[in-house]
Ligand binder design. Structure first.
Ligand code: CP
Length: 359
């Protein structure tokens, strides 16, 4: 059994194992594939809206013969009667072989791992991480560019709250990526992520526009400016139209084999006139969620045995009630947690939401 909580817990070997397993499952005869998880139950609990993640996990489960329980509207669960996330998770783990959870609170997935006794897959926790998205992004990069190594990737849009950006940047540390974070200053990539890139000696640059680097990059990774993450709506209004790329902005100005990715949903940041160009890979990317999530379900439950070792932990865990996480959206402020701190050589970080304590 293994959990997928944060991409940075995975070794490179493990990431490659997921991608190879996904490719194999995608090419497996559908009748054979339906036997793989026959008799197993996946419970998906979604506390935030989702189209792709929830439905592709469901599709992945069904394609392997796995049954599904769950809810996508917590208003219909006993959370509405005041039940804690902790108790909800304990109950859900009693009914399931695997839990797939999306939550609006940062660090909720790490907390779920602590309180349950069945495998947990993080389907997105607040603005923290989205590891299953990252694995399908890496699958897409490898398929479309032939390799993930040494690629120049520009993240454009909301790099502050964008959990897909955070998770993919952490993964690209392992593949010598050269990264550009293109955002208005108020939604630029947080320092606690850059600190990790600095540790890994990864090259990156913060920019306000993408035009100057367009000709050099292998992938333009667009993201939505996420209205729901802003505390102050006026701040959102200032940046909501920061990017709107269309065919005329791209054609003749980039590498011939550059690809455009987007975790979706999009709002206005990619004009539909790009959809039928050779650059547009965002719908293929979303489709790749099915094989990638099939691999995650099979490897997490141990139905397909994982041979890859997990990365060694690079921190010491201490329980310290005095060291309160300064991220007001962290699970430590909503649930009875053990207030764990991950002490690293380069700082003290919240064990649950990964923010640097006191910063
Ligand atoms: N990419 C992604 O997480 O999409 P959904 O929010 O629709 O699941």
């Amino acid at each position: 059994m293994k959990n997928f909580i944060s991409i940075k817990e995975l070794s490179k070997e493990e990431i490659i194992e997921v991608l190879d397993t996904a490719k194999k499952l995608d090419n497996t005869d559908s009748d054979e594939r339906r036997k793989i998880m026959d008799g197993k139950i996946m419970t998906s609990i979604f506390f935030e809206p989702s189209t792709r993640t929830r439905l592709s996990f469901t599709s992945a489960a069904y394609r392997m013969g796995c049954k599904e329980l769950g809810f996508d509207n917590p208003d219909k669960s006993s959370i509405m009667k005041g039940e804690s996330l902790r108790d909800t998770l304990i109950m859900v783990s009693a009914y399931s072989d695997i839990i797939v959870m999306r939550h609006n609170i940062d660090g909720a997935a790490k907390f779920a791992e602590e309180v349950t006794n069945c495998p947990v897959i993080n389907a997105g926790d607040g603005s923290n991480e989205h590891p299953s998205q990252t694995l399908l992004d890496l699958y897409t990069l490898r398929d479309e560019l032939g390799s993930i190594e040494n690629k120049k990737i520009a993240f454009v849009g909301d790099t502050k709250y964008g959990r897909t950006v955070h998770s993919l940047s952490k993964a690209l540390k392992m593949f010598n990526g050269e990264l550009y974070f293109v955002s208005p200053d108020i939604i630029q990539i947080p320092d606690y992520i850059l600190k990790e890139l600095d540790q890994a000696k990864i090259k990156y640059k913060k920019l306000n526009s993408y035009e100057e680097i367009l000709k050099d990059i292998d992938c333009l990774y667009m993201t939505r400016i996420q209205k729901e993450r802003f505390d102050n709506i006026n701040e959102y209004e200032k940046v909501k139209n920061a990017f709107n790329i269309s065919r005329k902005d791209i054609e003749g100005k980039c590498k011939d084999n550059m690809i455009i990715m987007h975790p979706l949903p999009r709002v206005d940041e990619i004009n539909i006139d790009l959809d039928d160009t050779k650059y547009a890979k965002y719908f293929v990317q979303a489709r790749n969620g099915v094989p990638t999530r099939m691999a995650m379900l099979a490897l997490a439950t141990g139905i397909i045995e994982s041979k890859a070792k997990r990365k060694e932990i690079d921190y010491e865990v201490v329980e310290n009630k005095e060291m309160v996480c300064t991220n007001g959206k962290c699970v430590t402020h909503f649930e009875q947690t053990k207030n764990k701190v991950a002490k690293r050589s380069y700082g003290d970080f919240c064990y649950y939401c990964n923010r640097e304590i006191g910063k």
